[in-house]
Design a protein around this ligand. Sequence first.
Ligand code: NAP
Ligand code: MG
Length: 480
Amino acid sequence: MVFQYAPAPESTKIVKIDSSYGLFINGKFVKSKDGSQYKTINPATEEVLSEITLAGKKDVDLAVKAARSAYQKWSKLPGSVRGKYLYRIARILQERSREFAVLETINNGKPIRESRDVDMPLVAAHFFHYAGWADKLEHAGLGPKPQSLGVAAQIIPWNFPMLMLSWKIAPALAAGNTVVLKPAETTPLTALLFAEVCQQADLPPGVVNIITGAGETGAALVNHPNIDKVAFTGSTEVGRLIASSVAGTKKKVTLELGGKAANIVFDDAALDQAVEGIVNGIFFNQGHVCCAGSRLLVQESIKDEFLDLLYERVQTLRLGDPLDKNTDVGAINSAAQLAKIQELTQSGEQEGADRWSLKCDLPEKGFWFAPTVFTNVTQAHRIAREEIFGPVLSVLTFRTPQEAIEKANNTPFGLSAGIWTEKGSRILEVANNLRAGVVWANTFNKFDPTSPFGGYKESGYGREGGRVGLAAYLKSENKK
Ligand code: NAP
Ligand code: MG
């Protein structure tokens, strides 16, 4: 029996969106010197939300100058004082978390249940975690007196706007750096609200600067001669551009790029739990997750039984208004991303895989894609090799653990993987042989600020999170 759910929309009254925004430089919202304006929309309705500044080169330069001059004092503050600011920011984020969650959902399209219950609690947790490190840097295993780097240029994607902001800003500030952050073009609003939080927390001007814009703004920031560090999360394509543009400079770089994770289900797994994990792994956040379990590797002997359970479960997913508390699958973030998902899924059909999509009504306005599962997928198919970054699962099979490992590793990426089995020894054996930065066992998409996150191969380099994440923002002793 299928239950009907009455609409349960979250109120948007808590959120105030200005008709236009300037740039947040040196503690104040300022007008652009040489940029232009663009419109940001709600991807679920295509409604224009606000006019955003597309920062130009002069703006980037001003932001870097502000960060540089703030660095002189900020880096010399006792760690305990920097920690106090970070604790304050963390508490304000908790207090205003509903406001942030609603705004995130409006600008991104993700279900409110996720922005409210996953994104925002993790964002606050990240600030709390790094607030605690600020006065303990000498105990981070990076030498007795690790030094900050200077000004960090930070560029983030649209899939987890606030979470990615927290992964970038919290460790940088704890370690004594100052930052210039560029949010993604399509999701600037929560970063601009975060600028308000910096003001509310009395953070010294220039410690955090937020400049909005598109790829060119990002490129101008990365190429600015007066920055010391680039922290980038985004596509492998842009990651490559950044790596080559900073090669031969003194700039330190961390890159968190794409993925094509295998979620491996062995025949002895608890199947109902595994189904939950597979569904969460690929349909959470519409599959706009770099570590999404986009390839299901299921042991051949249980394939039919498992797929029946999987289809049954996917049929219960509710797609629609992201602000509805009952929604499981929200809007695709942009027309461009929708086009990319459509192109790749068409290639799947053309190359001979079998497509199954959830039968559901797609809203007329906005960008939507029904949860989709491909079977009869071979390793040569594009849908098995390329990152789709959408709610699309490609199913492959295997017979032996060795074959599972080989297939899981047969990808240019290496960000994450999942293992489903009741056997502890098999978990250890398989995890040891997977080339993936994060391996989950009998669970998926679990995040914690203490746990490092990052990739191998074309998924990038460097780790974020936890003690290890501090290394990306500190010079070790005696290294100039
Ligand atoms: P993207 O196009 O690479 O954009 C990421 C950020 O870089 C955006 O702020 C973007 O601005 C900016 N940018 C674009 N071109 C640039 C350039 N030439 N120089 C400097 N900055 C530039 O990626 P996306 O489409 O937003 O995000 C999806 C990708 O991110 C996926 O491949 C996903 O796997 C990856 N991702 C990885 C992680 C991870 O932790 N490993 C996490 C989340 C996402 P615009 O917004 O204006 O394009
Ligand atoms: Mg882009």
